[in-house]
Design a protein. Structure first.
Length: 272
């Protein structure tokens, strides 16, 4: 697929990304046909309440005709409500959406649903990833009707290695979500295919490692690599790099790229 298609998607000139070619909403999705804390073990009471709070008639998924979902912070457009057919697919896929924040800040955590709020208020396993993980949860609640089962510090592994950032349930499926950022600081505007390949390879190999090491009780059916970026022009670079990766690295992982527009709080990790 030519690079300009990825840019066309992220600029919102299509509807929600749908099936492998052109979805019901006219959107584009790339699908690779070659790729064969206060710990609890089942989610604490606040997280369990997501089942009621996160799946409601008006917020479980995006408007299927518009590909846009209103949220308290601003609309999500593009691939929102588009992953329903991916949870049982054996193929990798690449989706893009844009979250257009109505206000540049300060970040308002009050509308966070309970699982995301618990992550916002809770500990981090390391690194500057709190904001991207919190809003990854919120986006998948809003768009795909997800609920939080466990945060990263609650997921158990048989041995040390790469870890997954949160464990969700979506449409009855356990889904692991690994969150990252295509971000090189506030002043760097250049992002190369080598940069994208390094990021994707690291995260996708981490998905394979955490999937191999997770204990049976926490084992997910599939994983999502959720990438946040501030720059729409970096999305085609990520897409091109992803297309060139070998099938074993891609496996059956979903790559979801979210462009943060009108704000920097999520990608720059300044939502505190």
């Amino acid at each position: 697929m030519r690079t300009w298609i990825g840019l066309w998607v992220v600029l919102g000139l299509c509807g929600a990304c749908g099936s492998a070619a052109t979805g019901a909403n006219g959107g584009q999705q790339v699908s690779d046909s070659s790729g064969g804390d206060a710990a609890t073990t089942s989610g604490d009471g606040a997280q369990a309440s997501d089942a009621g709070a996160d799946i409601s008639a008006d917020s479980a998924a995006a408007d299927a005709t518009s590909g846009s979902k209103a949220t308290p912070w601003g609309p999500i457009s593009g691939a929102c409500g588009a992953l329903a057919g991916e949870w049982t697919s054996s193929k990798p896929s690449f989706f893009v959406n844009t979250w257009s924040f109505a206000s540049p800040g300060p970040f308002d955590p009050k509308p966070l649903r309970s699982g995301a709020k618990a992550r916002y208020d809770g500990p981090n396993a390391g690194g500057s990833s709190k904001c991207s993980e919190v809003m990854s949860m919120q986006l998948l609640y809003e768009c795909e009707g997800a609920t939080t089962l466990k945060t990263e510090v609650q997921i158990n592994y048989a041995q040390q290695g790469a870890i997954t950032d949160w464990l969700a349930t979506v449409a009855g499926h356990k889904i692991g979500v690994s969150v990252t950022r295509a971000y090189k600081g506030p002043t760097i505007q250049t992002y190369t295919e080598s940069d994208a390949t390094t990021l994707l390879t690291k995260k996708l190999n981490g998905v394979l490692e955490s999937t191999a090491n997770v204990v049976p009780a926490d084992k997910w059916q599939k994983q999502v690599v959720h990438i946040w970026t501030l720059r729409p022009d970096w999305v085609p670079v990520l897409q091109t790099a992803w297309e060139k990766l070998d099938a074993a690295t891609k496996a059956d992982t979903i790559v979801l790229v979210t462009v943060e527009a009108g704000s920097t709080d999520v990608t720059a990790d300044t939502c505190q």
